[in-house]
Write a protein that binds this ligand. Structure first.
Ligand SMILES: [Zn+2]
Length: 509
């Protein structure tokens, strides 16, 4: 065993030292840039993917409509076999908001910009009720509210207060920040925290919800989102279960105003009219299309590029993540239009159900790459050449997060050169979350998320202001050129970025 490992390492070292990684010639880079910058479809595609598609909550009727319209677009462009590909069962089912009105009526009238929580219920037409604040830190606190909730609109306590920010609303990375990202901070450096939420908090929330329902409260109102813009979130719900109470998110300013009035002894009343529709669609699908490979030996190998098509329901999912879809679709169009026949197949995947837990990419991996249940690598695992994902807003690509895979460095160093003048080329060793590349990176496969200028992303995503306006069209054009270029290089190269040493054997289940 030991001897075999040593031989293996020696062979790898020799291969690395003898091989100088190269990229496709400058004339191809020129053609990609020419098509991306002078014949771009990003402007029209941006309007299409936001204003025309609208919100695209996982499994909703609006998401199904978006799938049909995007498939039509890919067919119109002449890409190979655009199709819906089943990914996973989705136990929440579909949900669409059809009416949404919220106002404070006492002590004076004021209408609010509110967003209903996804998968929450409807009011029985226009309802009015007195507001009370329910401050529950643990289950025993619940008892004091028994017999006090019938016909009430229940405000959750203030969770977040407004802090004046002296930071600019939008920013780009400085050279110093990019240089910092290139430093290897393992093992103690920046770590991406996972999105797993606190179990006790979830259990307490369930107890609160069930008491409110039992007692006949009218609705639940919480505060999240600043500058009078509500956040978009969802409630805990499984398809087929009784419909939850209506639940609204108000921006912290409006929610805070009512909580403060009540604390000051004022009587506060609201009126609401909310209609939500639940549908029995329990499937998450991905959209897949290809530019087929032409090399007899390599055409079954796949260079995958992708982004998630689903969004939260408050806005139109502009920066999160129409931006990523626009870039990936435009990159496919550029390659297709140039008529370059790649040696490996280049595949586009527009994932479903990312926001609720990477359902689309995980389903794809389970069906084609690695069967977790049987602990077994499938044929797609060996054929997987690269995955490039975009999901950090609309900002320009400045480099790549390498997921601690040092073997990727020479590839991206060589491939990045024609885009150095666009500020692209920072290679950060770290792993990042929490989007679809994680699905593949977990399997040891070369799968990467880009370093992107933040712009206004962290202020606007998952809110009702995530719309067309959040898109930076010039940045999207540059990003599409970079993806087209990288995908072509990965599809043409004699070599592939290797899977991480020890994989798939080292996959953690
Ligand atoms: Zn996203």
């Amino acid at each position: 065993m030991v001897k075999r490992i040593f031989t293996g390492i020696a062979a790898v070292c020799m291969a690395t030292s003898l091989h100088a990684q190269t990229c496709l010639p400058e004339n191809v880079a020129y053609l990609v840039k020419e098509e991306a910058f002078h014949h771009s479809r990003v402007d029209e595609l941006s309007q299409f993917m936001t204003d025309e598609l609208g919100p695209r909550l996982a499994a909703s009727r609006m998401k199904l409509r978006a799938e049909r319209l995007v498939l039509d677009k890919l067919n119109e462009w002449g890409l190979a076999n655009p199709r819906l590909d089943f990914a996973a069962e989705f136990d929440k089912g579909g949900w669409d908001n059809e009416k949404n009105y919220a106002a404070m009526t006492v002590p004076y009238y004021c209408s609010f910009a509110a967003t209903p929580k996804a998968w929450s219920g409807s009011t029985e037409g226009l309802v009015k009720g007195e507001c009370i604040v329910m401050d529950v830190k643990s289950k025993p606190d619940l008892e004091q509210y028994r017999d006090r909730l019938k016909g009430k609109i229940v405000l959750m306590p203030v969770q977040q207060t407004y802090e004046i920010s002296f930071k600019p609303q939008a920013s780009r990375y400085t050279d110093e920040q990019l240089a910092e990202m290139e430093k290897d901070s393992r093992p103690t450096g920046r770590r991406w925290t996972s999105r797993s939420s606190d179990r006790t908090q979830q259990e307490l929330q369930r107890a609160i919800d069930s008491l409110l329902k039992e007692e006949g409260a009218l609705a639940i109102v919480s505060g999240s989102g600043v500058f009078n813009v509500p956040s978009s979130r969802g409630v805990d719900y499984k398809s087929g279960h009784p419909e939850p109470l209506p639940e609204l998110i108000l921006p912290i300013e409006d929610h805070g105003r009512m909580v403060r009035l009540i604390a000051a002894g004022e009587k506060v009343e609201m009126e609401l009219d909310i209609r939500n529709v639940f549908t029995d669609n329990r499937k998450i699908n991905n959209i897949i299309t290809e530019i087929p490979g032409s090399d007899n030996k390599l055409k079954n190998e796949v260079v995958l590029i992708g982004a998630h098509l689903d969004s939260w329901h408050g806005g139109t999912g502009g920066a999160d993540n129409a931006a990523g879809c626009i870039v990936m679709m435009e990159a496919m169009r550029i390659i297709h239009t140039l008529g370059i026949s790649p040696r490996r197949t280049i595949r586009l995947a527009l994932w479903g159900g990312e926001e609720q837990g990477l359902y689309g990419s995980r389903g794809y991996a389970t069906r084609y790459l690695y069967d977790d249940a049987k602990n077994n690598a499938l044929s797609g695992y060996e054929q997987f050449a690269l995955y490039l994902n975009m999901d950090f807003g609309s900002g320009r690509f400045r480099g790549v997060y390498l997921e601690e895979n040092d073997q990727a460095v020479p590839f991206f160093e060589a491939w990045s050169k024609p885009f150095a003048s666009f500020g692209f080329g920072t290679l950060s060793p770290i792993k990042v979350g929490s989007t679809d590349h994680v699905t593949f990176s977990r399997l040891g496969l070369p799968a990467y998320q880009f370093i992107q200028d933040p712009l206004e992303y962290f202020r606007t995503y998952h809110t009702s202001m995530d719309t067309y306006e959040r898109l930076s069209l010039d940045d999207l054009k540059v990003n599409a050129a970079i993806v087209a270029w990288l995908a072509l290089n990965a599809a043409m190269d004699d070599n592939r970025i290797p899977v991480k040493p020890g994989y798939p054997g080292n996959i953690k289940r």
